[in-house]
Design a binder for this molecule. Sequence first.
Ligand code: GLU
Length: 471
Amino acid sequence: MSVRTRFAPSPTGYLHIGGARTALFNWLYARKHGGRFILRIEDTDRERSTRESVNAILEGMTWMGLDYDEGPHFQTERFPRYREVIQRLLDEGKAYRCYCTKEELEAMRQAQMARKEKPRYDGRCRHRSEPRPGVEPVIRFRNPDEGAVIIDDLVRGRVVFDNKELDDLVIARSDGTPTYNLTVVVDDLDMGLTHVLRGDDHLNNTPRQINIMRALGAEPPQYAHVPMILGEDGSRLSKRHGAVSVLEYREQGYLPEALLNYLVRLGWAHGDQEIFTVDEMTELFDIKDINKSASTFNPDKLLWLNHQYLMRAEPQHVANHLRWHLGKLGIDPAEAGPDPVAVVVAQRERCKTLREMAANSAFFYQDFEQYEEKAAKKNFKPSAVAPLQKLHEGFQSLADWEQEGLHRVVVETSETLGLKLGKVAQPLRVALAGTAISPPIDVTLYLLGREKTLNRIAAAIEYIEKNIANP
Ligand code: GLU
């Protein structure tokens, strides 16, 4: 049977790290086995589900490159099918209407607690045949009373749930809408899933889902419950630990492959290898190598990985992402300025994120508003005017705008004026970039081009003459 996996997010918030990891594991497993990966949006909670969240999920999946072969299926479009299954369970006596009122359920709970029993529905409506006037019933699944549900979980090994511990679960609310455990069962069966990889916060739902599946005469898929992700303080991962939504990682300047690499290592290992291309992880991924204990989210490691990717990836590929970030700054590199591929090569050593790279490269494309205060204070002294003038002359007289010639002008200027190279190059850098940080000066000059270089040197001279009093 060919492998079929799914990612089934509820669109009630953003696509977070845990969800993205679940999606990735299911995607990898399907891809590795030449199977199919299905996206299913579990949007039956109409109050909490939003269109924005659906869009964020779809956009996040696209950005990460986790393509799906089927879907997105929306559960809200499948209500007739759920009703049909609920009716079948009712007809076969495997489900029943429960007319208990809230008060009655509460009294039941109190009495059980007083007897020091675990609160659970006691099945009192199983045999009630008469409706109660004024009460809209819910529908409950008649859980087996005897026996146990054995789950041979692919991560955790054998987990056994005694049926006595499970009560009769509500599968349809009084307004007729189906509940989570019912919709998941119907969909997992209808969609022919062979493997369900999901967070182990769902483990307690699994025996209930298996019982419903068996009542429908079906065999459940194989389950792999993946341990949770924790923050560095050991509590459940949240924003407080620096974890943000997948799309926020894009905003912050991460490459999708770096995030995928980080995610795959979060709970899965292949020896002590840290860096995996997507092809490699697809080939090597195996459920048996998923860690059995929780993993810890470490934002510094993610940043480190991102830097590794920026330095190792094809510049052309990084440049495609850099274009997006430049666009966010209102820059269209297609209009004017250097080729972003060359900018990537010049900048990637010293930038850990694409956002940083875009911010540090904006000066190649657009004029800056002001000089960075500290850099100007340090480098724009009256004594900087002479070297800047000399540089201006030198660059102006160059026939070709090539790195070698540009470098020569800077060196000759320092030699002619008897100044250290830094006394020439640093004021020049601030004049060109507005800050004291830029790629090597000849690369900076080359990428900036003749016109901008000459204009900015002239502007810097004017600035110094106007703003900085002669001693
Ligand atoms: N919709 C559920 C969630 O977002 C996942 C359901 C499942 O994986 O079975 O937590």
